[in-house]
Design a protein around this ligand. Structure first.
Ligand code: GSH
Length: 206
């Protein structure tokens, strides 16, 4: 399989960390692609009409997106304990946590557009502040209610990769506001899946 990937994309890393946790990383070739709404990537658009990574190309040549769907696909390929629980209540809980994690990354990316990426004369501070408030609220929600599973799964992977990106891009200093979440995140970051995919350098503007 091939994974179209952007080095500092929290969503792409979520899919790759999931592949590691599922024991499938050696079956996934990572192919780097720059994507941005302001710099069209034709290869990515040919596979995903939204022009975004991650995209997984299966053995059969099918292009699968987005990150959550890729994780579901990968979970069907291994014979171990499912990373997305089968029990309906546990499954909905995990998917809801994934929604919060994805929302942190989405809002964080929009914060960066308003603070860094958009030309200064086109920035709208109220928009950036509104999205930052969502990031803070999402982290506060996790601080108050997130109970990590002993065997990490989709929710844990999505939350850890989102927090890692928020910290890497200095979008929101969750450490001081969320000590419980931070302690879990620091421990999770030591897992081989996270260490193998660590965010480094400052080359891509996501
Ligand atoms: N919901 C998507 C979001 C993917 C996404 O936003 N990818 C970003 C990189 S972090 C991207 O490729 N952006 C390019 C664009 O918006 O044109 C997922 O979960 O995979």
């Amino acid at each position: 399989m091939k994974l179209l990937y952007q080095t500092h994309s929290p969503f792409a890393r979520k899919a790759l960390v999931f592949a590691h946790e599922a024991g499938l990383a050696d079956r996934v070739a990572v192919i780097h692609h720059e994507t941005s709404p302001t710099a069209r990537n034709e290869t990515v658009f040919a596979l995903n009409p939204l022009g975004k990574v991650p995209v997984l190309i299966t053995h059969e040549g099918e292009a699968i997106f987005d990150s959550g769907v890729i994780c579901q696909y990968l979970d069907g390929l291994h014979g171990g304990v499912p990373l997305i629980p089968a029990d309906p209540a546990a499954r909905i809980a995990a998917l809801r946590l994934q929604a919060v994690a994805d929302g942190l990354s989405e809002a964080g990316i929009l914060v960066r557009w308003e603070t860094t990426r958009r030309p200064p004369e086109l920035r709208y501070p109220a928009l950036g502040e509104g999205h930052l408030a969502k990031v803070a609220a999402g982290c506060a929600f996790l601080e108050a209610s997130f109970e990590p599973r002993e065997t990490p799964g989709l929710a844990e992977v999505a939350i850890a990769t989102a927090l890692s990106w928020l910290e890497f891009r200095a979008v929101y200093a969750f450490r001081s506001d969320c000590p419980r979440l931070t302690a879990w995140y620091d421990a999770f970051s030591q897992r081989p899946s996270m260490r193998a995919t660590a965010l480094e350098g400052e080359t891509v503007d996501v």
